[in-house]
Design a protein around this ligand. Structure first.
Ligand code: SAM
Length: 282
């Protein structure tokens, strides 16, 4: 009998992947955690029945959440990752030898434990000596910490359940407060395509724009997320991702990437007209 993973992406749309095995199912105090194995996407992790990461396309998401900011500011030394329990964002960060400290604040230890066991390539750098893991709520962490960071990457779930507070004005203001003068915030900004997601994206962007002097949105394609078209927010105190980027410096690092490259860095900020209009008309 054929086995299919089916995700209800919107009230009207479902997305299915043929699976070979349901490898793991568990429940934490925060969410349902599942791992499947498929021919097309390899192993993949879902939380509360929503796709988080697949072996095949995770490089796109993790390249784009990390390298755009790292190329914009070549002096980033202290990084905070909120969420990101699969470890892919930390893995990309550890490729920069000039980063001194990476604090990752993931609310759900089960996500990290399961990723270490079933997604070992994605989770492969969680034991890097520069990485400190905190199993606590990122919302509280940014309100309480006395640290100052050069970069904050919000690698979160959708704005429902434990991820809801990561899309609030208070959270963005606390991020601003703990960023250095050249600090950058990159946050998972949902999809512009379906109303349900674009609504959240517009609201989040508006809140960030009211706090950060520079606030932009950039896009990438993500085959396993709803509509396949996804966005990150880029916000900073001073640095502009196009005007201030120095690609010679980034190229000199010799970091080989499968999705990100300098041409794409510039291109990803050019948004389709309907997305630009959504942002302009908030
Ligand atoms: N790439 C994914 C996506 O966009 O669907 C996100 C992957 S990562 C697994 C998201 C993580 O954020 C989850 O492991 C979840 O437990 C964590 N998370 C959600 N809310 C959080 C919070 N308030 N503080 C810290 N981590 C949180």
């Amino acid at each position: 009998m054929e086995l299919w993973y089916t995700e209800q992406q919107t009230d009207e749309v479902r997305f299915s992947i043929k699976v070979k095995q349901h490898l793991y199912t568990g429940k934490s105090e925060f969410q349902d955690v599942d791992v499947f194995e498929s021919e097309e996407f390899g192993k993949f992790l879902t939380l509360d029945g929503l796709m988080m990461v697949t072996e095949k396309d995770e490089f796109i998401y993790h390249d784009m959440i990390t390298h755009v900011a790292m190329a914009t500011n070549p002096n980033i030394k202290k990084v905070l990752v909120i969420g990101g329990g699969d470890g892919g964002t930390v893995r990309e960060l550890t490729r920069y030898s000039h980063i001194e400290k990476i604090d990752m604040v993931e609310i759900d230890k089960l996500v990290v434990d399961v990723s270490r066991e079933y997604l070992p390539i994605t989770a492969s750098k969680l034991d890097d000596p520069r990485v400190n893991l905190y199993f606590e709520d990122g919302i509280r962490f940014v309100a309480d910490t006395k640290e100052i960071y050069d970069l904050i990457l919000v690698d979160s779930t959708d704005p429902i359940g434990p991820g809801e507070g990561l899309f609030t004005t208070e959270f963005y203001q606390n991020c601003f407060n703990i960023l250095s003068d050249n600090g950058i915030l990159v946050n998972q900004s949902e999809s512009p395509y379906y109303d349900q997601f674009s609504h959240e994206m517009k609201r989040a962007h508006k809140k960030i724009k009211n706090i950060f002097p520079i606030s932009k949105v950039y896009q990438f394609h993500m085959p396993t997320y709803p509509s396949g078209h996804w966005l990150f927010g880029f916000a900073s105190k001073k640095l502009d991702p196009i005007k201030d980027v120095d690609f010679d410096k980034w190229n000199a690092l010799g970091i080989k990437t499968k999705y990100y490259n300098p041409q794409l860095h510039v291109g990803c900020f050019a948004l389709p007209s309907y997305v630009q209009e959504m942002l302009d008309n908030e």
